[in-house]
Every structure is written in structure tokens, then in C-alpha cells.
Write a protein that binds this ligand. Structure first.
Ligand SMILES: NC(=O)c1ccc[n+]([C@@H]2O[C@H](COP(=O)([O-])OP(=O)(O)OC[C@H]3O[C@@H](n4cnc5c(N)ncnc54)[C@H](OP(=O)(O)O)[C@@H]3O)[C@@H](O)[C@H]2O)c1
Length: 252
């Protein structure tokens, strides 16, 4: 019997943790096919466990760390069916997203590019052999998804600001579109997706929740549930999509 295998990057973040918890909960209720969940953490050490859950340390800014985690997974399984990258950066202790050009600083810009854009490419590079062996079930593709952001849409940009975050998410979107074209030739059964999770109540959005309209601030659990549902309906033909939590297409 085929095991369904997940890899969640950033499994201790707001949305990532909610995803891991939901997959663990679903796995405990569903015995066939068996489910294995690999989840990664960086600074926040995980404080929960599950029967089918395996935690791995991974710094997505360090290619060797990504490779090591992938190698550890390869010792335990020959395939992964879904990879979801939930890691991301909007602000750090010292830096907030820029309101104006004068606030743009090289180190913060490059950190955004590394965490939000480059990391997904490097993760794809190292998990490709595992995705290549994914088992198709009921004609459903394997998944390589990254949580992007609507503010990475160039055509949707009406407000400006947040140079580093917006540019890094736009770069992520281009990278994943590129990857969908490459894998459309070499890895046809993998659907590459970038997603907008809604405005979600996590530490990432906490300083910016003031202007969120009533009812528009999602819990991490709700967002994760919606994103997982959208991914479960994806077809291989939809590879290269930029979609929101409801499955609606977002213009590039
Ligand atoms: N929240 C929102 O409203 C919202 C809206 C649009 C898009 N998004 C996107 O959704 C994704 C998840 O955001 P969130 O709200 O869940 O944020 P969060 O709670 O701040 O979680 C961020 C995650 O990124 C991980 N991370 C950061 N730097 C890392 C590194 N160098 N190596 C490995 N992991 C690293 C963190 O790991 P540790 O916890 O281990 O440090 C954490 O798991 C992000 O890509 C964000 O841009 C969020």
C-alpha cells in the first residue's frame, strides 16, 4: 500500500503549524493509505508531536541545511507527494517593511529575497528526486506549493510600500512559474502553485492588522484548512497557478 507523504517547511510558524496539526489530526483518523508527515522548524523548536510526524531542523537560507534535511528524508522514504513551503519573512526584530524608498536597506532586502524567493528554488532542487517518485492517486498530481502573498502581484499593486517583501514575493512568483514550465517537461505529474493565504492572525501580520476589515482576519486554522482544500483539488494542468485561499486565480 502506498503511503501518502507530506513535507511542510516552516511547520512552527502560524500557518505552517496549523497545516501540520491538521494533517496529523487527519492522519490519526485515516488509516488507509497510511500518512507520513515531515515538518521543518528553524528558530522555534516544535512543542507538539504526532504518531506519523517527523520534525527536521532546516534553515532555508542555507543550502547545505536544506540538502541535509532532504537527505534525512531520503533515508526514511523514497517519495514525497506534497511539499508546502510555509516559511516567510515580512519583518524582523530590528526591521519593519519599508514605507518609503529612503528606508530601503541592502541587508534587509537581500534577507527578504533569500527567505521569500530563493529558498523555494533551493528546496525544489533538493526535493525533486523525492517528488519524481510521488505516487499518483485518483489522477491527482503531486504538489509543490509555496505560500506567496497577494502583494507580490505587480498588476494588483495600488498602494506601494513594502519594497523588499513585495519584490521578493514577485520574484518567488516568477521562480515558481519558471519551475512549472521546466517541470512541465521533466516532471509532468507535479503541480507547482503559489498561494495567497488571506490575512491571517500570525506574528507576521500582527503589526499590520489595524486596517483589516471585520471578518477578514483569518485564524491560522481556517487559512490552513482552505489552502489544503484548494491544493487537494488541483490538477497537473493547473501547474504554474497563483491562487488565493478560495482557489480564485490572482493576476500576476
Ligand atoms: N499572515 C498573513 O497574513 C500572510 C499574508 C500573506 C502571505 N503570508 C505568507 O504566509 C507564509 C507564512 O506566514 P505566517 O503568517 O505563518 O508567518 P510566521 O508565523 O511568521 O511563520 C514564518 C515561518 O517562517 C519560518 N522561517 C523564517 N525564516 C526562516 C529560515 N531562514 N529558515 C527556515 N524557516 C524560516 C519560521 O520558522 P521558525 O518559527 O522556526 O523561526 C516560521 O515557521 C509567509 O510566506 C508569509 O509571507 C502571510
Amino acid at each position: 500500500m502506498n503511503t501518502k507523504t507530506y513535507l511542510i517547511i516552516g511547520g512552527t510558524g502560524g500557518i505552517g503549524r496549523a497545516m501540520v496539526e491538521q494533517l496529523v489530526s487527519a492522519a490519526s483518523k485515516q488509516h488507509e493509505p497510511p500518512v507520513t508527515i515531515f515538518a521543518t522548524y528553524y528558530k522555534n523548536v516544535p512543542d507538539f508531536e504526532g504518531d506519523n510526524l517527523h520534525w527536521l531542523a532546516m534553515n532555508i537560507c542555507d543550502e547545505e541545511s536544506i540538502k541535509q534535511a532532504a537527505d534525512t528524508i531520503k533515508q526514511q522514504t523514497v517519495h514525497i507527494d506534497w511539499v508546502i513551503n510555509c516559511a516567510g519573512l515580512l519583518h524582523s526584530g530590528a526591521q519593519q517593511p519599508e514605507k518609503a524608498l529612503r528606508q530601503v536597506e541592502t541587508d534587509f532586502f537581500l534577507e527578504n529575497m533569500q527567505v521569500n524567493a530563493l529558498a523555494s528554488l533551493l528546496i525544489a532542487k533538493h526535493v525533486k528526486p523525492l517528488l519524481a517518485k510521488a505516487k499518483r492517486s485518483n489522477d491527482k498530481p503531486a504538489i509543490f506549493a509555496t505560500i506567496s502573498a497577494r502583494v507580490g502581484s505587480i498588476s494588483d499593486n495600488q498602494l506601494g510600500g513594502w519594497y523588499s517583501y513585495r519584490m521578493s514575493k514577485a520574484a518567488l512568483n516568477m521562480g515558481m512559474k519558471n519551475l512549472s514550465i521546466e517541470w512541465g517537461r521533466s516532471l509532468k505529474d507535479v503541480c507547482v502553485v503559489v498561494m495567497q493565504p488571506g490575512t491571517v492572525n500570525t506574528q507576521l501580520s500582527a503589526p499590520f492588522q489595524g486596517n483589516v476589515a471585520d471578518g477578514q482576519l483569518f485564524s491560522p486554522a481556517y487559512s490552513a484548512e482552505c489552502l489544503l482544500e484548494v491544493l487537494s483539488k488541483m490538477s497537473a494542468a493547473q501547474s504554474g497557478s497563483f491562487v488565493d485561499w478560495a482557489g480564485e486565480s490572482i493576476p500576476w
